[in-house]
Ligand binder design. Sequence first.
Ligand code: EPU
Length: 418
Amino acid sequence: MSKFIVKPGNCLKGSVELQGAKNSALKLMAACVLAKGNFDLYDVPNITDVEIMSDLLMSMGISVTSKSSGHLLISTPENITPYAPYELVEKMRASVVVLGPLLATQGKARVSLPGGDDFGHRPIDIHIRALSELGAEFQTSHGYIEAYCDRLVGKRIVLDFPSHTATDNVLMASVLAKGETVIENAAREPEIQDLADFLIKMGAKIEGAGTSRIVVEGVDSLRPAAHNVIKDRVEAATFIAAVGLTGGEVDICGAKQEYMDMLLEKVSQMGLEVHATDKGIKVISQGKLKSVDVATLPYPGVATDYKPLIVTMLSVADGAAIVSENLFAGRFRYVDELRRMGADIRTQGHHALIRGVAKLSGAQVRASDIRAGAALVVAGLAADSVTTVFGGEHIDRGYEHFAQKLSSVGADVEREND
Ligand code: EPU
């Protein structure tokens, strides 16, 4: 258990180097199931979710060694145990991305069914339907999905929704399938492209990753590879929000403008100056923020992961705004905590009406998930007195050295173990 103690006051100034993207690193680690031998992953963030994925791979018989900062050596043996136990999947639902690679290489998998979480109901029906179309058979018993197949067979699959992890799963399953797989309505996130780039280095034949139509020509076998994880655009958004709330200017090194276009458009409308530099992007405060309406959408829309940060900025912006959540209906839990800090927010269904207040007030609050926790910490930077964010372990799941990084650009944030 940990907490973050945030003292308000300073404008932020300086530069930060982004960590590798959590939502890419976890999938790259799962992809190591697909070939025997030694893989080198660089820029892997030092976060709890990576530890959980390491535990999961190790429980299957795969060796995961941390060589130096950000470098994981993953050694996959000939025989692995195709089993993802409840204890690990329950800690991190992204564990479900081992399903596709296990089916592709082992022809069977027993994976605990992920339950609901702090965003509410999060089914995996799209994963199961798509993998079934490639020839896998599923049954559910005692809280586990059990899946079997002979060699998967490529097919044209139309996803009901461009689910990020369902696209990961189908992509990793199809690279070793017989013949051609076409994934229509695929998720288009940059992290999917990163996974495809890694799979291509391993010998996979993939075209179109990063678009809504991915074409995979199955191969008979893959080989290990080395890869640098792309940078974390949600961490970039977190520093943008921090500057919006405190003032100042920060260089966010490694950020790619083209991966964050919609968000950058919104924060520009809110009054922040953001421009590309040769190192990444620079964000400069222009004073008080202005309210704008925001709706979350699948990539390239404004990501749901940015939303708690946006709502926090809007809490102290001039005017009123409506924020609509179109991905996870239950993703407004942190709003109660922001209200405890004096924010004027009303929610109805998947909409929030936010009327900007002059100042937030420091309070004791609790993080309910990774992004909500980060948003509460940056909210604390703009409060009138100290804020303590409990449930810091949620933040640790996705942010490496969060307190140190914020402090390195002038914030006063400390992480303490409870
Ligand atoms: N959905 C279904 N059935 C499915 C899969 C998804 O109905 O089989 C629905 C979900 O319930 C949701 C929508 O589709 O309403 C989108 O979910 P998606 O599957 O795209 O989300 P995810 O793959 O489970 C990833 C990220 C999340 C991020 C979402 C949306 C990882 C490990 N997680 O989740 O990241 O919020 O995409 O972009 O890649 C985070 O980093 O904190 C985080 C939660």
